[in-house]
Design a protein around this ligand. Structure first.
Ligand code: ATP
Ligand code: MG
Length: 304
């Protein structure tokens, strides 16, 4: 049974068919990529999966449960968390407060109560802050803990947003262009974080991403959208060398390698991951990316 099962989803906006009969699956502990040019319908599909938009046709199943008709907050409560293409953070508050606010959804009292600090919420707030600190440490943001987010560079904010989504304890993480605005080095670090999320916490990820080296490095499987339809799907290397994909999207990016493996805790490999591939020592140490990154050469796809 797929973890996420999108079956023949169609979403129209008036005469625009943003998603036409899209079928895709994400297995538990997989990291799956969703790529395609601007306007292909990627964010729309996320909005259908999370319930922001009702679908015109098709069904969406999460962990075997039909969630097609559920409300956004009901899907979130089931463990579907998402980041936004444009940052979904609360301006004027600190990094820590953003991660705490994200948890209020599941804390059992209102956001306002949490913010005004009613005595009954004090112990809970402490717990939420403790958990937020753990997440900040995990993604390497502890030094920014008490800074107001308005003062931080975009690259840091993207990771703060990832932290805020993680604070909601998602089982399925939907990431909309997590590396946009990041430097190549920051993208490498993001790749490390995503692989560790799967390996150490067992999170399943579906990510929209234009940065091909990152997609190829971390994804077990890739779906390519074009003009609202599914152009192709496959293992990263196959998709990367698919003639239409090269022509339309990749523009001769350097080849990467799919080294993804199952989370340690799970002891079970994602079904579509090439089995038995060991990480290199450098990968394990988290020091180097596993693709060539020539100085000064843009790593972003040409249509960006
Ligand atoms: N709320 C909306 N109302 C009307 N049309 C919409 C709406 N949301 C998306 N669209 C249209 O649906 C199509 C797909 O848009 P979408 O944002 O899903 O593309 P995308 O693949 O995420 O593109 P990008 O890479 O630029 O983020 C576009 O033609 C867009 O204009
Ligand atoms: Mg988009």
């Amino acid at each position: 049974m797929p973890f996420l099962d999108v079956r023949s989803v169609t979403k129209q906006f008036g005469g625009i068919v943003a998603n036409a009969d899209i079928t895709l699956t994400v297995g538990e502990w997989e990291i799956v990529g969703l790529i395609g040019p601007n306007g292909a319908g990627k964010t729309t599909l996320f909005n259908c999966i999370t319930g922001v938009y009702p679908v015109n046709r098709g069904q969406i199943y999460f962990q075997g449960k039909n969630i097609t008709k559920l409300k956004t907050h009901e899907r979130a409560a089931l463990g579907i968390g998402r980041s936004f293409q444009n940052l979904g953070l609360v301006r004027g508050t600190t990094v820590l407060q953003n991660l705490v606010t994200a948890q209020h959804m599941t804390a059992g009292y209102s956001v306002i109560e949490g913010m005004v600090g009613a005595p009954s919420t004090f112990a809970v707030e402490k717990e939420l802050a403790y958990k937020a600190d753990g997440i900040l440490e995990f993604i390497g943001l502890s030094e920014f803990r008490d800074q107001v987010i308005d003062d931080l560079p975009y690259g840091v904010l993207k990771n703060v947003e990832l932290g805020a989504v993680l604070a909601t304890d998602p089982q399925l993480l939907l990431l909309d262009e997590p590396s946009s605005g990041l430097s190549p080095t920051e993208s490498d670090q993001l790749g490390d974080i995503l692989l560790r999320l799967r390996e150490e916490i067992g999170v399943t990820i579906l990510m929209i991403e234009h940065h091909v080296p990152l997609v190829v490095r971390v994804c077990d499987y890739i779906y390519v959208l074009n003009f609202g339809t599914l152009l192709t799907e496959g293992l990263p290397k196959a998709v990367q060398s698919h003639p239409e994909v090269i022509a339309a999207y990749l523009g001769g990016e350097p080849a990467g390698r799919n080294g993804a493996k199952a989370p340690k805790a799970a002891g079970k490999a994602p079904a579509r991951t090439a089995k038995g591939k060991a990480k290199t020592a450098a990968q394990t140490a988290g020091t180097t990316p596993d693709y060539e990154s020539p100085e000064g050469q843009s790593q972003y796809v040409p249509y960006e």
